[in-house]
Design a protein around this ligand. Structure first.
Ligand SMILES: O=P(O)(O)OC[C@H]1O[C@](O)(CO)[C@@H](O)[C@@H]1O
Length: 535
């Protein structure tokens, strides 16, 4: 299957029907697959379902999958032309068809003049990663220069990053993670996303305007939340007598004209091919570079790049993003599981579920394929979770004994960076214990003490939470999301579903401010508006 746009959708590929009958035969009925039995019968299960990738090891062995399903799923990926689709993305073809754009985030972490090894196909895919367009190089250079200048500027004590969605979550999560690892230095960094003024007001309250730099990050420079917050920040800055707006406001945007009209003195640009939720590698990552410096940012890119090369070059059977996406599809479309839980066992990664929610649900939460045809099968499950061990005292009750089977993804980091004895082993032991308890279950002496077991989980293991490992982890998730969307026949790079609500908000805000009836509104919305106006 060489032509990416003629690829069959998963339900049209021959392996789909084979998977359906295999599922019926091996995963339903009294003799249905059981994890405990699978380990008893297959001494090589851990090795067979363990995958190595740069900075990562993944244990998939505690999942509701057998070797036949794994083989058929890999065949499915091959039949669906995932490799051709991947290569088209890496070559910069216009695979975002509804917006007629290429998908360029991988270019933003590429590095020129590197030797390329591997099979011919892998070489050609990796070659596309290695060629860095000159404008990307120039823009990256400008971003890193600015970051270093801000870090060295004794007059700047605080940096406020204003953006939302992909223009907030990536930088926020990376800075949070690397702060926990002790990699962050330089001015204090603050993030403001919500249009709820409580967030901005709380951030501004302790700041000195003259010592504050604002970054306004918006690909479109048209997002309501960001523009509202940026305008309020500018008004506050002027009212406080902070100095020249142009010197204290930097924009990061693909819409340079709008950024200049706002009054930002400097604008770091990037191309339209960088999707918001894939944009932390581009100048949107400016706060990351301010937090960890040029060398740290380059390490983050290097980690992501190592995973890109794995994705481009590893055979599908050993290709971690591909195998994780296939498992996601297996759970969603064959087991019928409607959600997946992500439990990072590291305080620094507590923001990961929020980042993943946008990445996975905005990319693949769709009902029609890239050709406009209804799917006829389920797409993105709900992604949710929180850091362990906190989650154990919240929703793990449901994971162990609730009525729904929910696959859990434990993200573990081998080395800690806090230096407090007696914590990290406990934390890691708890994660492994939860995964083991979910699988093994327990025959209870009373009904309420019964644990059914046979509940699935994956462990992703990182050696440390360095910029390099984190880059690899986030790149892994991006590619996994792309592969799953590719199998489902989706365009994972648009998000038309967010538009309708934005349109309604304009009309409702106008009615709220004008104290009108909102006669064109439905009775419920109009009734709530009336309530809101009551003293
Ligand atoms: O960077 P922008 O253009 O302000 O967009 C912010 C976010 O809004 C969305 O368009 C929709 O929520 C996201 O895809 C995007 O990351």
């Amino acid at each position: 299957m060489g032509v990416w746009h003629e690829r069959p959708r998963c339900d049209e590929a021959p392996a789909w029907a084979l998977l359906r009958s295999h599922f019926q035969q091996a995963f339903t009925g009294p003799q249905a697959f059981d994890l405990r039995r699978a380990f008893e019968q297959d001494a090589g299960r851990f090795a067979a379902f363990g995958l190595d990738a740069p900075s990562l090891f993944a244990d998939l062995s505690k999942n509701l999958i057998d070797r036949t399903a794994q083989r058929l799923l890999t065949e499915l990926a091959r039949e669906c032309g995932v490799e051709a689709h991947r290569d088209a993305m890496l070559r910069g073809e216009r695979i975002n068809t509804s917006e007629d754009r290429p998908v360029t985030h991988v270019q933003w972490r590429s590095e020129s003049n590197r030797p390329v090894t591997g099979t011919d196909q892998a070489q050609s895919a990796i070659k596309s990663i290695v060629d860095v367009p000159p404008d990307v190089q120039a823009s990256r250079h400008a971003m890193l220069e600015l970051a270093e200048a801000v870090r060295a500027d004794a007059g700047i004590s605080d940096v406020v990053h204003i953006g939302i969605g992909g223009s907030d979550l990536g930088p926020r999560v990376v800075v949070q993670a690397l702060r926990a690892s002790g990699c962050v230095s330089g001015p204090r960094l603050h993030f403001v996303a919500n249009m709820d003024g409580h967030e901005l007001a709380a951030v501004l309250a302790p700041l000195q305007a003259a010592r504050t730099l604002f970054i306004v990050a918006s690909k479109t420079f048209g997002t309501a939340e960001t523009l509202r917050n940026a305008q309020s920040a500018r008004d506050w800055f002027v009212a406080q007598g902070g100095g020249e707006v142009a010197r204290h406001f930097v924009a990061v945007s693909a819409n340079r004209a709008a950024a200049a009209a706002f009054g930002a003195g400097r604008c770091l640009g990037f191309d339209e091919g960088v999707g918001g939720r894939f944009s932390l590698w581009s100048p949107i990552g400016l706060p990351i570079a301010i937090a960890i410096g040029r060398a740290g940012f380059e390490q983050l890119l290097a980690g992501a790049r190592a995973l890109d090369e794995h994705f481009a070059g590893a055979p599908l059977e050993r290709n971690l993003p591909v195998q994780l996406a296939l498992l996601d599809l297996w759970y969603r479309n064959f087991h019928g599981l409607a959600s997946r839980c992500v439990a990072p066992y590291h305080h620094g990664l507590r923001g990961l579920p929020a980042w993943l929610q946008q990445l996975e649900m905005e990319s693949n939460g769709k009902g029609v394929d890239a050709r406009g045809r209804p799917l006829g099968f389920a797409s993105a499950p709900v992604t949710w979770g929180q850091a362990g061990s906190n989650g154990q005292h919240a929703f793990f009750q449901m994971l162990h004994q609730g009525s729904d089977v929910i696959p859990v993804e434990f993200v573990l980091v081998r080395d800690d960076a806090h230096g407090l004895p007696g914590h990290h082993d406990k934390l890691l032991a708890n994660a492994l214990a939860q995964a083991r308890a979910l699988m093994c279950g327990q025959a209870g002496d009373a009904p309420e003490r019964h644990f059914p077991g046979n509940r699935p989980s994956t462990v992703l293991l990182l050696p440390d939470l360095s910029p390099h490992s984190l880059g690899a982890l986030l790149s892994l998730y991006e590619h996994r999301t792309f592969v799953l969307g590719s199998l489902w026949g989706l365009n994972s790079f648009d998000q038309w579903g967010v538009e309708l609500g934005k349109r309604h908000a304009g009309a409702i805000e106008a009615a709220l401010q004008a104290h009108t009836e909102g006669s064109t509104l439905d009775a419920s919305t109009a009734g709530l508006l009336a309530r809101l106006r009551q003293p």
